[in-house]
Ligand binder design. Structure first.
Ligand code: ATP
Ligand code: SF4
Ligand code: MG
Length: 336
C-alpha cells in the first residue's frame, strides 16, 4: 500500500478569508481573516453563536455567497488550485462535483412538484452526462444508500417525513461524487431521534465514501460524537481550533469554555442550557481589541485595545491574550 503524504491528504485550504456584506449603503465584515484547512476523510465542526459567520464561511467554500457579499481578502484552494469563489460560472463547475451542501429545511430546497427520484436524476444527467435511464438508476442507488425504501422513491416531497426529505437532500448532495459535503445545520428542523439518525447516516457515508465533512451545528453533543476537529467562531473570526477530544477536555479560549459549560449535564444536576451572559457583538459597530472582551470573565486591559492573534497552541490554535501565542496582532487589518 502507498503511504499518502500530508499534501495528498490536504483537500481544502481557506487562507486569510475576509467577506463583507453591503446593504443599503452600509458595509460590515462578516468573515474576518479566517484560515483553516480540511483533509481527506476528516469531519470538522464549525460552531458558534448565531450570526458569527458559519454559513457565510460555508457559502464562500461552495461559491454560493449572496450577491451583496464581497470577498475582500484571501483565497480558497481545492487540491492546491485556487477557487474563484465570486465567479459564478467557475464555481458552478466546482459545486456538487467537488463540494456540495446539505442545508437545513429540506422542504424549501426540494421542488414540491417533482418526484424525488427525478430531482436526483437531473444533476446526474446535467453534471455526469448520464442518459435519462442511467440517471434514474443512479438516483435509485443513491436513495437506497441513504435509506429511502424502494416504494417511497417516486414520492413527492410532501409525501415524505422531515427525516426522509433530509435523506433525499443528502442523496442529492452525493449525486456527483463530491469529496466535501458541508452540512449547514442539517438536522435543525428534525426531532431528536431523527437528528441522531441523520448524523449517524452522515458519519456512515463519510466512512464508506471517504468524504470530508464540514458540519455546522449549535449542538456540541453532536460535535463530540461525530467530528474529529472543531473550530469555534466568534464575530467572524476563528477563536479556537483543535481536536475534539482536546477542546472538550481542555478548552483554552474563555468563549469555548463558556460554550462547553453551557451544555446541560443531567448526570451532574445541570438540566438546563446555561446561557452565556451578554449579547453577541454588533458587527456594524466593531470595537477595538478582542471582540469577546465585553463578555469575557477573564478580560484584561490589553483585551480592549489589541486584537489577539490566532496562534498555534499545543496541537491546536487559539486567539486569546491569556495564551502566549496570541500576543501578536494579525497581519490583516480588521478592515481593508
Ligand atoms: N445576505 C446577507 N446580507 C446581509 N447580511 C448578511 C447576509 N447573510 C448573513 N448576513 C450577516 O452576516 C453575519 C454572519 O451571518 P451568518 O449567516 O454567516 O451567521 P451564522 O453563524 O451562520 O448564523 P446562524 O447560526 O444564525 O445561522 C450576520 O451578522 C448576518 O446578519
Ligand atoms: S483576549 Fe482577553 S477578552 Fe478575549 S477571550 Fe482572551 S482574555 Fe477574554
Ligand atoms: Mg447559519
Amino acid at each position: 500500500m502507498t503511504d499518502l503524504s500530508a499534501d495528498d491528504l490536504l483537500l481544502l485550504e481557506v487562507d486569510s478569508l475576509c467577506v463583507d456584506y453591503r446593504l443599503k449603503g452600509t458595509t460590515w465584515r462578516a468573515i474576518d481573516n479566517v484560515s483553516f484547512d480540511l483533509r481527506v476523510g476528516e469531519a470538522v465542526a464549525l460552531v458558534g453563536e448565531s450570526g458569527c459567520g458559519k454559513t457565510t464561511t460555508a457559502m464562500a467554500i461552495a461559491g454560493l455567497l449572496s450577491p451583496n457579499a464581497y470577498v475582500r481578502n484571501g483565497e480558497i484552494r481545492y487540491r492546491g488550485e485556487r477557487l474563484y469563489i465570486d465567479d459564478d460560472a467557475a464555481m458552478r463547475a466546482h459545486r456538487w462535483s467537488h463540494t456540495s451542501v446539505v442545508f437545513q429545511g429540506a422542504m424549501n430546497a426540494l421542488n414540491p412538484v417533482h418526484r424525488v427520484i427525478n430531482q436526483i436524476a437531473e444533476p446526474c444527467m446535467l453534471k455526469l452526462g448520464l442518459s435519462r435511464n442511467a440517471a434514474k438508476i443512479r438516483a435509485a442507488e443513491l436513495l437506497e444508500l441513504v435509506g429511502i425504501p424502494a416504494d417511497r422513491r417516486s414520492s413527492y416531497p410532501h409525501q415524505l417525513s422531515g427525516g426522509m426529505r433530509q435523506r433525499v437532500m443528502i442523496a442529492m448532495a452525493l449525486a456527483c461524487h463530491p469529496s466535501i459535503v458541508i452540512g449547514d445545520e442539517p438536522t435543525t428542523a428534525l426531532d431528536v431521534i431523527t437528528q441522531a439518525q441523520i448524523i449517524k447516516l452522515l458519519g456512515d457515508l463519510r466512512a464508506k465514501l471517504r468524504l470530508s465533512l464540514m458540519l455546522i451545528t449549535h449542538d456540541l453533543a453532536v460535535v463530540a460524537e461525530s467530528c474529529d476537529r472543531v473550530m469555534i467562531m466568534y464575530a467572524g473570526r476563528i477563536v479556537e481550533e483543535g481536536a475534539v477530544a482536546d477542546i472538550f477536555a481542555r478548552p483554552k479560549h474563555p468563549y469555548t469554555q463558556l460554550l462547553i459549560d453551557s451544555i446541560p449535564d443531567p448526570a451532574h444536576g445541570k438540566r438546563m442550557i446555561k446561557p452565556i451572559p451578554g449579547d453577541p457583538p454588533n458587527l456594524l459597530n466593531r470595537k477595538s481589541g478582542c471582540a469577546f472582551h465585553p463578555r469575557c470573565p477573564s478580560a484584561m486591559a490589553v483585551c480592549a485595545t489589541q486584537l489577539p492573534n490566532l496562534g498555534r497552541s499545543g496541537q491546536g490554535r487559539v486567539a486569546c491574550h491569556l495564551d502566549r501565542s496570541s500576543s501578536l496582532q494579525d497581519e490583516i487589518p480588521a478592515y481593508v
